[in-house]
Write a protein that binds this ligand. Structure first.
Ligand code: PNS
Length: 164
């Protein structure tokens, strides 16, 4: 069984993430999308909400599981016998930090990192930008999967209601 993990915050999942997960699922027998539980970072969606959404949008792949982790990614990899991390590289600006993490993870636990070049359609895309644009009324419907768009609009409406 060849396994890989696609880690991230996924707050929320974008079409850029989904592109990488889908391509990884065509290469590996089993891919786990692992959501980082980061209590220090404020998020729009809870970890449970992000997991539920990820399960919904990856269900059609058939070999994609969703999990969460805290602490070191390599510890999760060791515990689940997953030797490969798959990451998307959007632009050269991603490279410096990704290279450091890949080398650190390999040094710590021998876990390999496979980089996939992002579909150029999504090279400018990030969850933070999606949230910012949507917060100020911009259209992000072409940047996130349908269920993520619905939840994004609902969360923004809730927040507006709470602020009013
Ligand atoms: O979507 P993000 O926030 O860019 O994902 C970053 C993530 C979760 C992949 C990265 O921060 C990570 O692996 N964090 C887990 C903690 C860890 O292992 N740190 C050491 C990295 S060398």
């Amino acid at each position: 069984m060849r396994r890989a993990v696609c880690p991230g915050s996924f707050d929320p999942v974008t079409l850029g993430h989904l592109d990488i997960v889908g391509r990884a699922s065509a290469i590996y027998d089993e891919v786990t999308v692992a959501v980082l539980v980061n209590k220090k970072k404020s998020s729009m969606f809870s970890v449970e909400e992000r997991i539920e959404l990820l399960r919904e949008v990856t269900a059609s792949y058939g070999n994609v599981k969703v999990d969460s982790f805290h602490g070191l990614l390599v510890d999760w990899c060791r515990a689940h016998d997953v030797p490969v991390i798959v990451k998307g590289l959007r632009a050269i600006s991603d490279f410096d930090y990704e290279l450091q993490m890949a080398q650190m993870n390999h040094g710590l636990a021998g876990v390999e990192t496979l980089f996939m070049t992002t579909n150029p359609l999504f090279s400018f895309l990030s969850s933070s930008l999606v949230k910012e644009v949507a917060t100020y009324g911009g259209d992000v419907s072409h940047l996130v999967p349908g269920p993520a768009h619905e939840r994004l609009l609902a969360r923004l409406a809730e927040r507006r209601g709470a602020d009013a």
